[in-house]
Design a protein around this ligand. Structure first.
Ligand code: ACK
Length: 936
């Protein structure tokens, strides 16, 4: 609504014999002054009293509204006036293009309406000072001239005109669907709408013509069409905002700017596409959303196998595919004479099957070669961006002399021992070989599936243990030798049926392998597998009972008799069983029915026992609240309650409850304790102990510099102890970071966040890697980033980062470096420097955790005992890194990594002290070498 006039200057026409309108100021019932125009000539007949407004410009209006507020006296309440007193007055208007000053000719005026009062007042009302105000609105129009006058004609009533408001209606300027629509005046004809076309806001473009319709009452109706933000811009609060550096938007539409894909960047704002980093490229058909990729490395393990008529070249795919799947190979051939520099291309002389170029399999057969010639084959790997790189393509080269006879055959295979799942085989080494034997390849397959698939394994010794076999199944084995000249033909086939597996084997069980060792010879003597239902693995079995139990089962099950001094070694198969006497984590995803895992590992809580008090944060699946939990016969406790918001699908419900099924298996003072779950009513909830100080990262940031080093080491010790417990249970956390540690009022730190899916999807720190996974780069070990090798050793790397976060009071690891720069700098050997005030011993422990070779990193048990030593001997924490760095350098005095534990200590700790001399004699004198020891 647009106001044209609110109060009017009214002029009146006075005639000699008639009393006219008077301007009078009165008080309303609240004693506020009101300015009115009044007339009350009710006693005399033939009244004709005019009052006129000033000139009112119509502006954009075609139709105007006049709102009158007035009072009118009831004629019946005035004695002696019948016949002369009126209860109406008339409203007129007159259109003109300009103001006429005081000139006023009623004859020019057009009547709009006779105005009567809904409410008139009496003398009594006057006495009570009650003003019965009437409001009447009249439409005037269409108005075509530039303005108009209004006039009021009194014909003998008792009127007080209190206000006159003149306005017109319009649809106001608006923004809808990224289009702007201007102020629009509706049509005079109230049944038709004005169609208005919108204009896209800056950096937006039309999808379907944006339109709105302006209704007679000034309301916008029926939005149609829309604009969308252009490339490089995203919608924020109704306008199109440029993508920030590091982000891009390749297509116009209702999508947000995305982070640049791996190996690409954008420096400026509003990027439509991210540019590839140096050495990385985008193939013509690669979408802008795809990571930039690079040419592959060379093929590996190129080998040949030659017989009279054909030459088979085989190789393994390159270790680096450059991040692409469109890998192919080209073969080039050179034939060299006696002088190596006199070579000729020979692709045309030979026949390659399926062909020399664009091979998709890592093998090619060559035929039609000469009998006495030296051929050199070069295999190059290519992908969709190989042509874009200016670097020469790396090739794998092999020279084949067609003069040479093939390598010798091996003799028949012999079984040494077998179990339901494995077999040990040996064979006679060939007596004469022209070339040294590189290794043997053992090929085996299920007899029933002879033509479908086979497996193979390599060994340097003339014996092998093949494991992972199915019980009670016929297998066929054969072996061949490999020399520089290629493979021999296979030995005669050896067929064997594995024995039946233990009778307890069913789904969701723990499989424990034990090996019987005859210590004197340090060879594995027997091998057998025991199966338990899942629940056994989760029960603490007293260690001596456990050992005896295993030994007797081993004797019973193994096809060989175990010697008297048998030792049982635990090895992982389906699950990890590190030490006897410690229960083992069971992956809830191995349950066919996830609800069974929830039943098995969590307690259902009656929701009436929970009192939710306030919301403390937002979790991945819904709000996190604090509250109280009542348990009959126990003290009420404070709890945190994670809720699953409504509208979830079954998959989300399981992802939410998976964390509870994992947490419910743990019982340790440094692991967040699960109180229970609510699954039988809505909302679904996970109830855990309450940690007053919230997450460690924000807690430290809020208390920068407040703690002593010993207090900080105490927190780190707690985290390490929780992690030792998890790694002993065989659980790999994958997202250990200060944000996932919670702190209680006693500064006790507890490891939390066991939602595995969250690691991959919803940790705000997680970024996509070239292999497609989502990983919190700054906290993750290099092998886990590059090929997803997550282990307790990668958790140890993350622990080092947590140490750094703690000692720097919540600083962001690698500060504002990009994830890509973090990966590159780690690859180049850069490691985070010690935070201010960090003791040397702690920074060394961090560096130890960040060793590239994962087996060299400390185990959590080592970390706990090292931190214990520091706490017991606080003077060891006095040398600070900045003090050491300010000392003059003394050559040759390098700081060693702390020695955690010797092989001897380790053997003592696992009650195998009697093998110390055997380990030393075999050269296993460091824990690193022990860690690399294989079964063979
Ligand atoms: O840093 P905070 O205060 O600690 O904010 C987050 C928020 O909920 C979302 O995760 C807090 N939080 C999570 N679990 C607990 C708990 N067991 N006790 C107290 N606060 C918790 C966390």
């Amino acid at each position: 609504m647009v106001l044209l006039a609110l109060s009017l200057t009214l002029i009146q026409r006075r005639t000699s014999e008639q009393l006219n309108w008077d301007a009078i100021t009165e008080m309303d019932e609240h004693n506020r002054p009101i300015h009115t125009f009044q007339v009350c000539n009710v006693m005399e007949p033939n009244q004709n009293n005019w009052l006129r407004s000033n000139w009112i410009s119509r502006q954009a209006a075609q139709k105007v509204y006049v709102e009158l507020r007035f009072t009118l006296r009831d004629c019946n309440s005035i004695p002696w006036v019948s016949g002369t007193c009126k209860e109406t007055f008339n409203l007129f208007y007159h259109e003109t293009d300009e103001a006429h000053g005081v000139k006023f000719r009623p004859a020019q005026y057009t009547k709009i309406d006779t105005i009567a009062a809904d409410e008139s007042f009496t003398q009594m009302d006057l006495g009570d000072r009650i003003l019965k105000l009437n409001t009447e609105v009249r439409e005037v129009g269409p108005i075509n001239r530039k303005g108009f006058y209004l006039a009021f004609q009194d014909i003998g009533a008792c009127i007080a005109l209190v206000s006159v408001r003149v306005y017109y209606k319009k649809c106001p300027f608006t923004l809808r669907n990224l289009a702007s629509f201007p102020d629009t005046v509706p049509r005079v004809d109230s049944s038709s709408l004005v169609e208005v076309r919108g204009a896209c806001v800056d950096h937006a473009e039309e999808r379907d013509t944006p339109k709105l319709f302006c209704g007679a009452d000034g309301d916008w109706l029926v939005p149609l069409g829309r604009c969308v933000c252009s490339v490089g811009y995203e919608e924020i609060d109704g306008s199109c905002v440029a993508c920030r550096p590091g982000f891009y938007k390749a297509y116009a539409g209702n999508i947000k700017c995305s982070k640049c894909p791996p190996h690409s960047f954008s420096y400026g704002e509003a990027s439509a596409i991210c540019r590839c980093e140096k050495g990385f490229f985008r193939a013509e058909k690669d979408p802008p959303t795809m990571a930039c990729t690079r040419p592959p490395s060379r093929p590996r393990n190129l080998m040949f196998n030659l017989n009279d008529t054909c030459l088979l070249l085989e190789w393994s795919p390159p270790s680096d595919t450059g991040g692409r799947r469109d890998l192919t190979y080209n073969v080039q051939c050179k034939r060299c004479g006696p002088e190596p520099d006199r070579c000729q291309q020979c692709e045309d002389e030979l026949r390659f099957l399926p062909g020399p170029l664009g091979l998709t399999n890592a093998t090619v057969t060559v035929v039609d070669f000469s009998a006495h010639a030296n051929y050199t084959f070069e295999i190059e790997s290519l992908n969709g961006v190989s042509d874009m790189s200016s670097f020469p393509r790396p090739v794998a080269i092999i020279t084949v002399s067609t003069d040479q006879g093939g390598p010798s055959l091996v003799g028949a295979l012999k079984k040494d021992w077998a179990s339901p799942n494995s077999i040990a085989l040996s064979w006679q080494q060939p007596e004469q070989t022209t070339l040294p034997i590189i290794d043997y390849e053992v090929k085996y397959y299920e007899k029933e599936h002879e033509l479908l698939s086979y497996s193979s394994t390599r060994t340097k010794a003339p014996s092998v243990i093949v494991s992972g076999l199915k019980p009670a199944t016929w297998y066929v084995f054969s072996v061949r030798t490999r020399t520089a000249a290629g493979y021999s033909s296979y030995s005669p086939k050896y067929e064997y049926e594995t024995t039946g597996d233990c009778k307890y084997l069913r789904q969701s069980k723990v499989l424990v392998c034990c090996t019987a060792v005859r210590p004197k010879y340090r060879v594995f003597f027997g091998w057998c597998c025991l199966c338990f239902k899942g629940r056994y693995g989760n029960h603490i079995i007293h260690s001596s009972y456990w050992l005896d139990y295993l030994v007797s089962l081993c004797r019973y099950q193994c096809s060989v008799e175990a010697p008297k001094d048998v030792r049982v070694k635990f090895c992982s198969h389906n699950v990890h069983i590190p030490y006897p006497g410690i229960k083992t984590y069971v992956d809830p995803d191995t349950y066919e029915d996830p609800t069974q895992a929830v039943h098995e590992f969590t307690k259902e809580i009656d929701p009436s026992r929970i009192r939710i008090e306030r919301v403390i944060g937002a979790g991945e699946f819904g709000e996190v609240c604090s509250g109280r939990l009542r348990t009959p016969g126990k003290k009420e406790i404070a709890v945190a309650i994670k809720t699953l918001k409504g509208g979830y699908v079954e998959r989300q419900r399981w992802d939410f409850l998976r964390e509870a099924s994992i947490m419910g298996q743990f019982d340790h003072p440094n692991i967040i304790r699960l109180e229970g779950v609510v699954t039988k009513s809505r909302p679904v909830m996970i109830v855990v102990e309450y940690m007053e100080n919230g997450s460690l990262d924000s807690f430290l940031r809020q208390h920068d510099g407040h703690f002593t080093v010993i207090q900080l080491v105490g927190m780190l010790r707690g985290i390490a102890s929780g992690m030792k417990y998890l790694s002993d249970m065989g659980y790999v956390h994958r997202d250990l970071a200060a944000r996932n540690i919670l702190v209680n009022s006693n500064l006790v730190c507890k490891v939390s966040d066991f939602g595995l899916s969250r690691v991959l999807e919803d940790d705000p720190e997680a970024a996509y890697t070239t292999t497609g996974g989502k990983i919190p780069i700054r906290w993750t070990a290099p092998e886990a980033i590059s090929y997803r090798k997550f282990s307790s050793a990668s958790d140890a790397w993350s622990y080092g980062i947590v140490m750094w976060e703690v000692m720097s009071y919540g600083e962001r690891p690698y500060w504002e470096m990009s994830n890509q720069d973090v990966i590159l700098s780690i690859e180049e050997g850069y490691r985070l420097p010690a935070p201010m005030g960090c003791p040397v011993a702690l920074h060394q422990l961090m560096l130890h955790c960040w060793q590239k070779e994962r087996n060299h990193r400390p185990k959590f048990t080592d970390i706990v005992s090292f931190l214990d030593k520091l706490i017991r001997n606080p003077s060891s924490l006095l040398p600070l890194v900045e003090d050491i760095q300010s000392l003059p350098e003394s050559p040759g005095e390098e700081m060693d990594y702390p020695m955690f534990i010797s092989v001897g200590d380790w053997l003592d700790s696992i009650k195998m002290s009697q093998y110390k001399s055997n380990f030393m004699a075999a050269g296993y004198n460091t824990l690193d070498s022990v860690a690399r020891m294989s079964i063979e």
